[in-house]
Write a protein that binds this ligand. Sequence first.
Ligand SMILES: Cc1cc2nc3c(=O)[nH]c(=O)nc-3n(C[C@H](O)[C@H](O)[C@H](O)COP(=O)(O)OP(=O)(O)OC[C@H]3O[C@@H](n4cnc5c(N)ncnc54)[C@H](O)[C@@H]3O)c2cc1C
Length: 450
Amino acid sequence: MSSPKIIIIGSGLSGLSLSLFLTRLLPTASIKIYEVRPSTHPSTSGTINLTPNALRVLDRLGIYKSISPQGYNFDNLTLLNHQLDFLASIPIAGVSEFEYQSLRIERRIVHSALLGKVMEYDTSRVEIIYDSKCESVQETDKEVTVKFTNGVSTTGDILIACDGIHSTVRKSFVKDPKDFDPKYTGQISLGGNISKSQIQQFNINNNPYPLMMFGPETSTGANFMVWPYNNSGDQFTFFTTLSKPEEEKDGWKEYTDSKETLKSVMQETFCTEGSPWGEMVKKTIELSDVDTYRFWPFYLHSIPEKFFSEKARIIMIGDAAHAMPPSGGQGAAMAFEDAETLAYSLATIFNTLEVGFDINTPHSQDILSKWSNHRIGRMTTIQEMNKRMSDMRKGSSGSTSGVMFTVKVWAIWLLGLLGVLGRTRRAINNYDARKEAAVWLGEGAIAALE
Ligand SMILES: Cc1cc2nc3c(=O)[nH]c(=O)nc-3n(C[C@H](O)[C@H](O)[C@H](O)COP(=O)(O)OP(=O)(O)OC[C@H]3O[C@@H](n4cnc5c(N)ncnc54)[C@H](O)[C@@H]3O)c2cc1C
């Protein structure tokens, strides 16, 4: 067995989860993670929803049981119209069918649980070096070299890009970087936090949370979500997906700088005189604390033909490889699936290499191709689902008129009736990275790693 020097760029959800799998499966490896953020602010804020496919990976990493009591566990999503009339209850997850409920949780809790696990290892095995911004990456027949903006450079056997949607590594890796630049999709997510006690009285009919409301287009908004994110279910995040023209991209500075602007956009969208939206939405916005507001413009970039370089020394996972708008809530889940499947593949490669041998062999390339093709196939399925979810939230696709809005409501109902939502849910939730990797590596190879 060889002792690979592995470099990871980015200590987000994909970088940390990958490092944990590799540390476990490749005990002789030395892993260095380089992160642009300072150690005092290692994560971004906000909440994310984790479906069973994501939680299965986190369970294998030994963090599911510690994070699950810190978030909101649920099975169904309640769909309502803008006046809170019931449309459907959509099953999202559930222990009996998928082993896990769905979990809405603060992102920093998941990040910090992963970080805590990494810190349990000696730094000779895995170490995070903060304040290190990757500037460029170059591979040769023998090694990969990374340069940082602070003048430092280092070399390794392989480098994994986990540096997110605006990945620097992706730019040094693909043939025509401009083709893979993130493009604004024309939608933003905007919202804040509120407590249940402030708005429960407006939840007429006492509909079970989380609530996803669809309405006729008012200004540019046609959807509104109210979602508990703590264990007792008394703290909510609320958000909407709004269509905003591309020209406003330069105007994001105003959105970034002023929380008041964010709240007033919500008010203009949902709370003007004559707005058809019900009290639940209007009061949620009115009573919310402006300091809790956040927004995210959605970007998408083309997926490269393969997720590794010519000499197999640079590999991409997570948002660096295939970022998608968060409408389907699967970006982090894809990062976790990438990490686990890649770790089995790399561990199999390195475990079968004799000391001194190199990853740049036909055998290694073959394994990485199988991994990459498999992940690109998975991404295509998920992105199609994601697009359907984005379209459902749009107001502009005809829902300005009452007729088109009715059509949309019927379409949601019909999708449920035809079992399309069920099929999509099973395709998402049942994914088991270990079983999938066994298809191209063989069950024996994976069992030998454990
Ligand atoms: C509003 C919103 C809601 C979302 N909701 C969900 C959800 O409900 N469910 C879900 O599964 N997913 C969701 N996602 C998607 C999910 O957050 C991402 O897919 C996931 O965080 C990707 O993880 P990553 O580690 O690949 O990238 P990131 O989380 O972006 O991490 C990249 C890391 O690399 C570092 N970095 C960047 N550039 C450099 C550099 N040059 N040098 C060194 N370090 C660098 C960054 O500081 C960061 O720490 C959501 C995303 C958004 C924006």
